[in-house]
Design a protein around this ligand. Structure first.
Ligand SMILES: [Cu+2]
Length: 267
């Protein structure tokens, strides 16, 4: 067992049930995570090529000049300087250029594209409040509005249906936290005084880790929740029941429990 760190997959009882890794990354459970993995894989590949070329060049130089007397380095000839400049620029252009273009594609099509969560009729809207040291989640409940008696509030227990966009609005009540779903390649800063937004879509059912990636105080290591990806039917049944119970337990005088906000427009 590899322990819980690194985005282990575990059952709802908190027991590790298995870890499948590609490229030493946590198992990908999201619809878009493979694009991040592909970016990492392509940069690793290009770096390996660069390292091989540089090492090869070094070995070649040592072998070729093995019997030459040592001479002071004077910066080489104009021609050799041009060669070095051209190769360095080509390396930066190819490696960083590839990463830049593919990252822009990801930003345009996924990360900064709130079209899918805005258009999908079953999008789950989720307000998340980071604390020292827990994740509090708020769902609008049966009425579809935040800030009403039937809002469902959970602690370290985020539930979403599989296959639909999950639109997250994230805040913090104390210090800067980092909302991280390692298995979904999702990271977002939780900053006091502002609401940050992101979205993701689960590709399969399971129980996954909700982690804090920002050191946020003495018990930062305990700041961990579970993300349960359910069938749409199970999710709907859970939300209906939790919403019904929330109405019964609602206490208008409990100001601390009313931390939600009006749902914001897409950034
Ligand atoms: Cu934290």
């Amino acid at each position: 067992m590899g322990g819980l760190e690194g985005g282990a997959r575990y059952s709802s009882g908190g027991v590790v049930t298995g870890q499948a890794h590609t490229l030493a990354l946590p198992e990908n459970a999201s619809a878009h995570g493979h694009r991040i993995d592909a970016l990492l894989a392509s940069s690793h590949f290009l770096e390996a090529v660069l390292a091989a070329v540089m090492l090869g060049w070094l070995v070649l130089a040592v072998w070729r000049f093995r019997n030459a007397p040592p001479t002071a380095v004077d910066g080489g000839t104009r021609r050799s300087r041009r060669w070095v400049m051209a190769l360095a620029l080509a390396a930066v252009g190819v490696v960083d250029g590839t990463l830049f273009v593919r990252s822009l594609g990801y930003l345009d099509e996924v990360l900064w594209n709130f079209g899918p969560p805005m258009k999908h009729p079953d999008t789950v809207r989720l307000e998340l409040n980071a604390h020292q040291w827990a994740w509090e989640a708020r769902y609008a409940g049966e009425d579809g509005h935040f800030g009403t008696a039937d809002d469902v509030v959970t602690w370290n227990d985020v539930r979403v249906p599989v296959g639909v966009p999950v639109w997250v609005q994230l805040a913090s009540t104390d210090v800067v936290h980092g909302f991280s779903l390692p298995n979904f390649r999702v990271k977002l800063d939780a900053v006091p005084g502002r609401v940050n937004q992101t979205w993701f879509q689960a590709a399969r059912e399971g129980v996954w880790e909700v982690a804090c990636y920002q050191h946020c105080g003495t018990s930062h290591y305990k700041m961990r929740g579970e993300l349960t990806v359910m069938t749409p039917e199970a999710y709907a049944a859970w939300l209906r029941e939790a919403s019904r119970q929330a109405v019964q337990a609602y206490d208008a005088a409990d100001a601390a429990a009313h931390w939600g906000w009006e749902w914001r427009a897409a950034p």
